[in-house]
Design a protein around this ligand. Structure first.
Ligand code: NDP
Length: 303
């Protein structure tokens, strides 16, 4: 069956596009991906989404999904394994199943970055995590380290003080890049300590995390810092691997021109997959709507 529009991704960008598409009678199909609801489902309280002074990320995404479903969006809760944008109609594989679409909106978002240490990978799930909201609960009365100096690191560190006995932020620079308000909130918390100019160079422990080897990059000194949890909060990588050789990319981000158009006519992009700069739920939602408005015009031009 040929669909008018397939939206790949179910974060704020994909779902906002779906709300508009459903209301425009385009019968959109949303392929949710491996993290339905996207990154906001892995954060704690969201305080900057208009209309919601404070709401849990999972709840916000559930509401937006229900909103999209209410107007007739259909969901496929699976991941896209392959695409062919070289011929029309576009082809999208979900496992063995092939779906065809006249237009596609790519809103696949981004995922957490890791430090790239061998033992970091080995001990993932055994003390090493990139999602404080998901795993913080397991660290009641434990000592944990958060790596990073941006808003995520501040937010994760503050959140983890609800469970952990002590939270140490390890940051490679002499100051944080996080917004003032988030820094202040973290720094005034008596459970949070900071190691500036410091890098985690190894993750130690047999079956579970026991300590981190931390190097001071000013003095060159290293120490074994005892802790049971490591939360890596150093940014994100766009989820665009399946679009290599299909869409033009720039450092992994989908290259857009005229705001939402990709290098393939009829394929549009929205949200963090094409945005290394703003990366906010609200801006993602807005870009999803812009992509949909451009998609609608494109579909009209085919008639
Ligand atoms: P950022 O890119 O803002 O920050 C990444 C941090 O990790 C920087 O301090 C960076 O240090 C450090 N870092 C990067 N790579 C490494 C590495 N290999 N080793 C050690 N440290 C490293 O990412 P965030 O995830 O913090 O934030 C992303 C966006 O999401 C931002 O726009 C932010 O404002 C937003 N956000 C908003 C929130 C809210 O408002 N509630 C909550 C969370 C995020 P360096 O400076 O040295 O590169």
């Amino acid at each position: 069956m040929l669909h008018k529009l397939i939206i790949i991704g179910s974060g704020p960008a994909g779902l906002s596009a779906a709300i508009y598409a459903a209301r425009a009678d385009l019968s959109p199909i949303v392929i949710s991906g491996h993290t339905p609801g996207g990154q906001l489902t892995q954060t704690s309280a969201v305080e900057n989404y208009p209309g919601f002074p404070s709401i849990q990320g999972t709840e916000l995404m559930q509401k937006i999904r229900e909103h999209a479903a209410q107007f007739g969006t259909k969901f496929i809760d699976a991941s896209v394994t392959k695409v062919d944008f070289k011929t029309k109609p576009f082809k999208i594989w979900v496992g063995e199943e092939v779906l065809e679409a006249q237009a596609v909106i790519v809103a696949t978002g981004a995922t957490a970055k890791w430090l790239g240490l061998v033992n970091e990978q080995r001990l993932q799930g055994q003390g090493v995590s990139a999602c404080a909201t998901c795993d913080g609960f397991f660290f009641k009365n434990k000592a944990v380290v958060v790596v990073g100096g941006g808003d995520t690191a501040m937010e994760d560190a503050t959140f983890l003080t609800k469970f952990a006995s002590q939270v140490t932020i390890v940051h490679r620079k002499p100051e944080f890049s996080a917004s003032k308000i988030m820094q202040e909130r973290a720094l005034k918390n008596s459970k949070i300590k900071v190691k500036y100019n410091s890098e985690v160079v190894d993750v130690l422990g047999q079956d579970k995390l026991e300590a981190l080897k931390i190097k001071n990059n000013q003095t060159g000194e290293t120490e074994n810092f005892a802790c049971q949890g490591l939360f890596v909060a150093i940014g994100h990588k766009p989820s665009t691997d399946i679009f290599v050789n299909q869409l033009e990319l720039d450092h992994g981000y989908i290259k857009v021109h005229d705001i939402t158009r990709t290098s393939v006519e009829g394929v549009f992009a929205a949200g963090d997959a094409q945005d290394p700069r703003y990366r906010q739920a609200v801006t993602s939602a807005g870009s999803g709507v812009m992509a949909l408005i451009d998609t609608e015009k494109y579909l009209e031009s085919l008639e």
